[in-house]
Design a protein around this ligand. Structure first.
Ligand SMILES: [Mg+2]
Length: 361
């Protein structure tokens, strides 16, 4: 059997909330539970943004004109979308992801890729992480999520659909090749409707048909995309999980020209950094819960220690006390090269790049 080169194998999870907007509405209004609902505009030109699973049974789909949806499902209940609420829930979910990895790439409010090849929990099984994440989402946000787990983003995304809703599917490295050979051509990343039609006309219906084509022929037929098709069908996708621009921490640090030696020098530098850091926090008005101290010693050994306080805080004395405690617990008299402080674990309401884009009129 062919082997996929190691540099193409990572542990990627695609998390996809089930009928997200509709599920949030059903969660918050018991009268909507178990009912066919559509989030969206009920008016003539309205469009369904999301449909509950009960509505999907009637063939109601997202992006469908509301008039058609209503015809398919005469009992359909329309609910006006509340994007502010969905955004807040989405942030809550994202913070669950951050417990495991900072490599989180949101695709929308209800979908994200996570790279857990190296993760904060030190769990080697990505399937186990996915299970934990889904359980935490259920416990803390009372919503169902599905997940796909595999070696790259494309496969993880295809996988998350397989046991939906409220399920997960792992495509193990050794399963990738046969899975791709069997996969319908329109499911491949980068194969849109037009390309799929063209491929079918060329006799390419599944991955295994695509594999019959050599690179030169694919390039001749599909131009630059030919290379992509050649690789993706062989499990060769390297696209990295790109973390969002969302601010996860706010810090200040300084590398010193000469080593700091002794308690007095270290404490004095610490106080300076605290002032710079605190000024930044005030400017950004971002209360947080976790204070982290970073210290690099002469032999370039870096230590990082965190303390999480009970409540979100921007209070000077509280933060100073937490930071000092970290310093006192960590400093052992060694010569210090670098000192830094940062705050994280921000209020999700306050901290979304998308929230910042919502202008208030
Ligand atoms: Mg979804």
């Amino acid at each position: 059997m062919e082997d996929i080169p190691e540099e193409y194998i990572r542990k990627i999870i695609h998390v996809d909330m089930d009928a997200f907007y509709a599920s949030v509405e059903q969660r918050d209004d018991p009268a909507l539970r178990g009912k066919a609902i559509a989030v969206g505009g009920s008016r003539e030109r309205g469009v369904v943004a999301a449909a509950s699973y009960e509505a999907r049974k009637y063939g109601v789909r997202s992006a469908m004109a509301s008039a058609i949806a209503y015809r398919r499902c005469p009992g359909l209940i329309f609910v006006k979308p509340d994007f502010k609420k969905y955004r807040a829930v989405s942030e809550q979910i994202r913070h669950i992801f951050f417990r495991y990895t900072d490599l989180v790439e949101p695709l929308s409010l209800d979908e994200a890729y996570l790279d857990v090849s190296v993760n904060k929990a030190g769990i080697s099984s990505a399937s186990k992480i996915a299970r934990q994440i889904r359980a935490e989402i259920k416990n803390e946000v009372s919503l169902n999520a599905s997940a796909g787990i595999s070696i790259n983003k494309f496969l993880a995304k295809v996988a998350s659909d397989i046991n939906k809703p409220n399920g997960q599917k792992t495509i193990m490295p050794e399963e990738v090749i046969p899975f791709l050979e069997d996969l319908a051509i329109n499911k491949f990343f980068g194969v849109g409707e037009k390309t799929a039609a063209k491929m079918k006309s060329l006799g390419i219906h599944r991955g295994r048909d695509l594999k019959e084509w050599d690179l030169a022929l694919l390039k001749q037929e599909f131009g630059k995309a030919g290379q992509h098709y050649y690789q993706i069908v062989r499990g060769l996708q390297k696209t990295a999980v790109k973390p969002s621009r969302e601010r996860k921490s706010l810090g200040a640090e300084r590398t010193f020209d000469r080593d700091l030696i002794g308690q007095i020098e270290v404490e004095s530098a610490f106080n300076d950094i605290f002032e710079i850091w605190y000024k930044r926090l005030k400017e950004q008005a971002m209360p947080g819960r976790t204070v982290t101290l970073k210290m690099k010693s002469q032999n370039f050994e870096t230590i990082s220690r965190s303390k999480t306080i009970a409540m979100l805080s921007l209070d000077r004395d509280t933060l100073k006390a937490a930071a000092l405690e970290l310093l006192n617990n960590s400093y052992r008299g060694e010569a210090i090269r670098l000192l830094g402080l940062s705050l994280s674990n921000f209020d999700p309401e306050n901290n979304s790049s998308s929230t910042q884009l919502t202008l208030k009129f």
